[in-house]
Design a protein around this ligand. Structure first.
Ligand code: AMP
Length: 431
């Protein structure tokens, strides 16, 4: 049977088009990210949006929801199995190892901005393709760097106008002290087994720490009574955490100690944190983190490098833009005053094409409507574009080698020699 020829294609579920009207927000975000990262001494890194699937299985963790349920997996023509990146940190660490960045003066400070992919159940604040701005400091274990990563995140949000955000912080300990906590947690949850959700029964077997991260209502009272990691920390982890908090005090960044904050990825050690908009209700808070991060001292080694400490953050850009809108923060791109080229007839058309080039070279923003014939239609477009001057080249002007400069505010027109027009316009734009 012949297939219907007419098909209305639609956006893939959970993904967005970023239309021109939204772009001012994105331009502002990109510019702010770049400025803040540079001011903090970070260099940009771009890694591919696909990586070897095993990188995420080993790096992000085989029992995490991100890897277990949310991976986009691609079977390419060769034997390699690739995955769309659900997060950037494993790719950045792979690049650090692969390109020998450990031979540079340490720590190496890197930032990235790009799309991530997670096969989530789409809902408000949860997309299948979303953008993150992230920063990583690789090659140093000093707790001051945990504080610096948080400072950078706050600086970024503040520069975007988001001043009312709150920080939740916890320590997940290290391979020395976490097993003791895990045992305590498992013992406690076994005693509560009948009361927990099905997912938590799975987590109890596979990834007990994530029990504390369950969003189901019925599990909340169990979480509230669960043992806390902070009681099991070894001296090194306790001191590290204490120092991070002291640095935050020094920076006057307020924080809430959230003993149940565990984060969704396996590699975290010691500090973990999340940043929320302050206005959200406690329940909504669980789903609207603007960003999060922490220390991952074991990841470089786990992915084949030397023992190397590291700390990082990633911030969700759609959620940040959404919050900017909630707080009525506008993003406007400053429009430079511009001139519109208006022509009548074939000869004039050829001349304005060349003139367009000359204005470009002089750094003046020029608008054109080359494909329009009538002067009236072109003036209407110039009006809509809010240009300062229109330059009108009609048949008579072509013969006289002149051009009309029309001030769009006053309507006053003046004829000047064509060869001098760039200079004349420059002079008027300066006034
Ligand atoms: P994560 O490291 O998974 O906590 O992600 C860091 C940040 O990225 C989160 O705090 C969110 O702002 C954002 N994010 C994570 N997953 C999604 C998603 N599915 N859709 C939109 N933003 C997300």
């Amino acid at each position: 049977m012949a297939r219907s020829r007419k098909k209305n294609f639609q956006l893939p579920k959970g993904m967005n088009d970023i239309l021109p009207v939204e772009q001012p927000y994105w331009e502002k975000i990109r510019k702010t990210a770049q400025e803040v990262a540079a001011n903090f001494g970070f260099s940009r890194i771009d890694t591919p949006i696909v990586e070897d699937l095993d990188l995420f299985i080993r790096g992000t963790g085989s029992s995490t929801d991100v890897v277990k349920k949310q991976m986009y997996i691609l079977r390419s023509k060769g034997s390699q199995i690739l995955a769309l990146r659900p997060e950037a940190t494993p790719g950045v660490v792979r690049a650090y190892i692969e390109h020998g960045l450990s031979s540079l003066p340490q720590p190496v400070k890197l930032w990235y901005l790009g799309p991530m992919f997670r096969y989530e159940q789409p809902q408000a604040g949860r997309l299948r393709q979303f953008y993150q701005f992230g920063a990583e400091i690789i090659g140093d274990q000093d707790p001051i760097l945990d504080a610096q990563i948080i400072q950078l995140s706050f600086r970024f949000l503040q520069k975007l106008g988001l001043k009312k955000t709150s920080l939740q912080i916890n320590s997940l300990g290290c391979p020395n002290c976490r097993p003791l906590f895990r045992r305590n947690l498992v013992d406690y949850y076994r005693s509560q087994r009948k009361k927990i959700c099905l997912d938590c029964r799975r987590r109890l077997k596979e990834n007990p720490l994530r029990l504390l991260d369950c969003k189901q209502e019925k599990c909340q009272p169990i979480i509230a009574q669960a043992p806390v990691l902070i009681d099991c920390l070894c001296n090194e982890c306790r001191n590290h955490f204490k120092s991070v908090l002291e640095y935050l005090d020094e920076l006057e960044i307020p924080y809430f100690l959230n003993h149940h904050l565990v984060r969704g990825l396996d590699y975290y050690t010691k500090t973990v944190f999340e940043i929320f908009p302050e206005s959200e209700s406690a329940l909504a808070k669980r789903q609207t983190a603007l960003g999060g991060g922490g220390r991952y001292d074991g990841l470089v080694k786990l992915l084949g490098g030397n023992e190397t400490a590291a700390v990082g953050v990633s911030l969700g850009l759609e959620r940040i833009i959404n919050q900017m809108k909630v707080e009525s923060i506008k993003a406007t791109v400053r429009v430079k005053p511009s001139v519109s080229l208006i022509q009548l007839g074939d000869l004039a058309k050829r001349k304005v094409l060349k003139l367009f080039n000359e204005f470009q070279k002089a750094g003046i923003v020029v608008r054109e409507s080359f494909s329009k014939g009538s002067i009236k239609a072109q003036l209407r477009i110039a009006d809509r574009l809010k240009t300062r001057f229109s330059l009108i080249l009609g048949q008579q002007e072509v013969i006289d080698e002149t051009i009309i400069i029309r001030d769009m505010k006053t309507g006053i027109q003046e004829t000047v020699p064509l060869v001098k027009v760039v200079k004349e316009v420059k002079k008027r734009l300066k006034k």
